[in-house]
Each structure stands twice: as C-alpha cells, then as structure tokens.
Design a protein. Structure first.
Length: 465
C-alpha cells in the first residue's frame, strides 16, 4: 500500500485527506499536525454561553463548488445559516455610514444600493454610475497585473473605489489595495468588467460555529492517521521516496502534500531544494489580531446597526473594523448578551504591539462606538503571518514555485498561499492536489504492472528456452 504524508491539518490538509480516501482506498494517509489541533485558522470556542469565532466567521459559498459538494456529502447542508443582517457600515471622517450588501452585487442592484448610500458624494455616485458603462465600451488596454485600487478606480471612480471597495477588500486581507493583485485575488470579478463578484454566491456559516466543517471532515476520515508531530524537513532519495523528519525521527512516504502556509513550507523544504524554499519565501504575508468581547446588552448605550462596520484606510490606526457577531448570526449568544469582535491588521505594526495594548485599543473603540464600560469576557487572538498577501506579480511567483516543484514527482503544495485565500478556495485547491496525486499514483501503478508483466514474460521465455 502506497503511503501519503500530508503536512498540516488545517482545512486544506483535511480536505486533501478526505478526497484521497474517497477516490483511492488503496492509499495509506498520515497527517502531521503539531498538537493534533485540526482546523488551522478555523477555531471556535465557547465563552459565557456564547459561540466565538477566533478566525473566519463565514464562507462565501458558490453554487456547484467543491465545498458545496463536500458539505452535502458530510450531511451539513441543514446546519448552514445565513446572516440576519443585510447591511454594515463604513467609517469615513469619523462618521459611520450604513452600506447595503447590494453594493457587492451586480447590475442593477449595485446601482440602486449606491444611490441609497450616504457614504459617497453626489459626484462620486455619478462617476460610479457612468464609469462601468465607459469601461465596458472602452476597455483598458493596460497589460500586466494591476492592483485592486488601480482596477476599481477605473471601473467605479476614485471615491467609490477608495471608500468602499478598497476599504472592504483591504480589510478582508489586512493589506494595501494599492499593492494587492486584483486578478490573483478576485479573478472572476477581474474578468467581468462591470459585473459583481457575489452574484451567484451567498455568505453562510454553521449553526454551531465554523469549526463544524473541520470537525466533520476529520470525523469522516477512516484510514487517515493524525500524528501529533512537528515536521522539520523533507528530503527525497534516489528511488523517489520522501524522507520526512518529524520530532527527530525519519518516516518514509511515497507522496508528500505540504498543506502549510508558504512561510512554514519554505523551512520544511529547505533541505529538499533551496531554490524552492527561496521561491516560497517570496510570498508575502501580514499579521492580524482579533479582540472579542462578551457584553451585557444592558451596558450598551448606543445603537448597534447592521452586522458591524469597517474603517476606511484614510481613518488611520491599525483597527480595520468591528463585527457584532451575535447580531449577525443566530444562536451566537443568549438574548441578553452581545458578542463584539474588533479586528486589527492595517498599516502593519500588529506584530510589535503587546496583547495589553491591543486590548486597551479595542476597549476604547467599543467605548466610543457603543458607550460600553463593562466587559464580561475578553479574548485576544493573534494570527502571526496569518494572511498571505497576493501582491502584484503573484502569478509570476507561482510560476517559479511550480517550476521547482515539478523536479520532485510526488510533491504537492496546497493552501492559502497560492491560488485563493478563502475557505472555498482552500478546499478547491486541496481537491485539485488530491486528484493530481491520484492520477500520478494510477500512472505509476500501471507502469509498475507493465514492468512486472514484461519481466514475467521474459522470465517465462527463458525458462521455456
């Protein structure tokens, strides 16, 4: 039985193992995950009777996607919930402006939502209404890899791009929309000049929290062993076998899937190929943090509108926004409590800030916005180098990585660092990696069978002679 090692037990690693088990029951699979804590950046905890997400709180679920299929196979479709709120706010010049989600959809809903929104001036609204038509009639001839800001300023005008799209997308990625690659992060939107990204998709979560997905994936695994070990290096010997060093011991595998972020993969694969390690090191990342509060509603003195708010990049500081989680999703807290999450990640510097300062800044933000002085629970969560930055030129970086990986048959890379940062992207990449591994396994099995057949045929002829 051929042996597969998967390094990393996040959603990417789990989805790879799940797909391999379904497609190739003749493979033996081992996942190496330090601490044995599966799920990666999907972590849900319980505090004061509340369900708290330490990482992502939702999924952009596309119809017909690999993730939708897997959710159905795992029997989780009935556990999906939709957001209760259909609007959020954006802070501009210290003032919160309510924004309908329709702005993220396609024509004509985005135009109707635009004109209802107080975030933009009359001139900004006129530009955003006319620019898509002009962009459609006179498409840009610019080549290369334009940034999110460059692409959307042409498409919707400077004001709407700056205060809406760059705020939303920059906040999602804890990055600078001036440097993030539009086509690498939002290929569908980049291809449709005047269309929206979310027309055929919906935001969902799980009734009991986001860790429902990794828990269900891990529970569905039947032939996969999860090893609580730290992998320090991977090598490949002359016979093509991967020698994986974990906690000072070496283990042999026929196939190797590295499902860790690129910054971790570069260390693991350094002894295998320094050129590959250097290519992986070129993938930029940013750090972020979340401070979560559980608050009594009786202590909230100001109105909480919609699902929360984002701060425009012009507001300064490193707070990117705030989500009223229990107001956004059903079942996240008892009726008398409010769960609030404050996000940090803009303008760098989060890695240099102590937890105490993050907590103090988050409390100040909530005091100003909600009038709250008492906090029942406080939780600080850090994601060091947790968000890959697909800066302009990302595709060229991937090409360099791919060209090195092809030198090592049986080696596969998957995860947020490469071709999509969202959970559906991770699952899709994992499915692709599993299928590629399976194809190679079948090809090698056929070649081995043919070789043994010819050897047997030659032996038979020699005996007869």
């Amino acid at each position: 039985m051929k042996r597969v090692v998967i390094i990393g037990g996040g959603v990417s690693g789990l989805a790879t193992a799940y797909t391999l088990e379904k497609l190739h029951p003749d493979l033996s699979i081992t996942i190496f995950q330090p601490g044995g804590k599966l799920g990666g950046k999907i972590q849900t905890v319980k505090r004061a009777g509340c369900t708290i997400e330490e990482g992502a709180d939702s999924i952009l679920l596309k119809s017909g996607s690999d993730l939708e299929r897997i959710i159905e196979e795992l029997g989780l479709s009935g556990d999906l919930i939709s957001p209760k709120q259909r609007s959020f706010s954006i802070q501009r010049d210290g003032i919160l402006h309510e924004v309908p989600l329709g702005l993220l959809r396609g024509f004509p809903e985005n135009v109707r939502s635009l004109w209802k929104c107080s975030l933009f001036s009359l001139m900004g609204k006129l530009q955003a209404t006319l620019c898509p038509a002009l962009d459609y009639l006179f498409p840009s001839s610019a080549q290369g890899d334009p940034s999110i800001a460059e692409s959307l300023r042409r498409r919707f005008g400077r004001e709407v791009s700056r205060y809406f799209f760059e705020t939303v997308f920059g906040g999602i990625h804890s990055g600078d929309a001036e440097s993030l690659s539009f086509k690498s992060l939002y290929p569908d939107m980049a291809k449709r000049r005047a269309g929206g990204k979310y027309g055929k998709a919906r935001f969902v979560s799980f009734r009991e929290g986001m860790n429902t997905l990794p828990k269900a994936l891990s529970s569905a695994l039947r032939r996969t062993v999860v090893a609580d070990s730290v992998v320090s290096s991977v090598r490949q010997d002359e016979s093509g076998i991967f020698q994986v060093e974990a906690d000072g011991e070496f283990f042999a595998f026929d196939y190797c899937v590295v499902a860790t972020p690129a910054f971790a993969a570069k260390e693991i694969l350094f002894e295998l190929d320094q050129g590959l390690s250097a290519a992986l090191a070129a993938i930029d990342r940013s750090s972020s943090a979340v401070v979560t509060f559980v608050i009594s509603k009786s202590d909230v003195l100001k109105e909480t509108r919609g699902s929360g708010y984002l701060l425009a990049p012009t507001e300064g500081g490193y707070v990117t926004g705030c989500t009223f989680s229990s107001q956004k999703w059903d079942g996240r807290a008892p009726e008398d409590l409010l769960v609030v999450r404050v996000f940090f990640g803009r303008n760098g510097g989060v890695r240099e800030v102590a937890d105490e300062e993050l907590l103090s800044t988050a409390k100040k933000e909530v005091r100003v916005k909600l009038g709250v002085e008492k906090f029942q629970e406080c939780l600080v969560t850090r994601w060091e180098q947790g968000l890959p930055q697909y800066v302009c030129g990302h595709e060229e970086k991937l090409q360099r990585i791919d060209s090195r990986v092809t030198n090592f048959p049986g080696l596969f890379l998957t995860g947020t660092s490469y071709r999509g940062v969202g959970i559906p992207d991770c699952v899709h990449q994992a499915v692709v990696a599993a299928k590629q591994l399976g194809d190679l396994h079948q090809q090698q099995s056929l070649e081995r069978f043919e070789s043994e057949f010819h050897e047997g045929e030659a032996y038979g002829k020699s005996v007869c002679a």
